[in-house]
Design a protein around this ligand. Sequence first.
Ligand code: SF4
Length: 102
Amino acid sequence: MEIRLAGIKEFSVADGPGIRTVIFTQGCKNRCKGCHNISTWDLNGGYIQEINSLISYIDSICPNKKVTISGGEPLIQYNELKYLLKVLYKKNIIYAYIQATI
Ligand code: SF4
């Protein structure tokens, strides 16, 4: 399974409690006034990432096993997100904190 991403940020202290790995999904239809992530709006932008390789990558770079999912609007890719979070949960990568406006 694949997911469309805008990017990944390591060692963030601004996207939830503690030091976190942040996964920015690509695509958003909400068009909020004052959005700071306009570059993530394009549903065809960003890049395609195979989810299992993303999980392996997260596993290797995520020292305290804390992940934040942001965007874009993560829930646009509901099935992909559900799969990602299910596997992260099984791997004991905890507190998948979802930033979403809807
Ligand atoms: S939901 Fe987030 S990414 Fe989408 S327009 Fe609103 S603030 Fe921007």
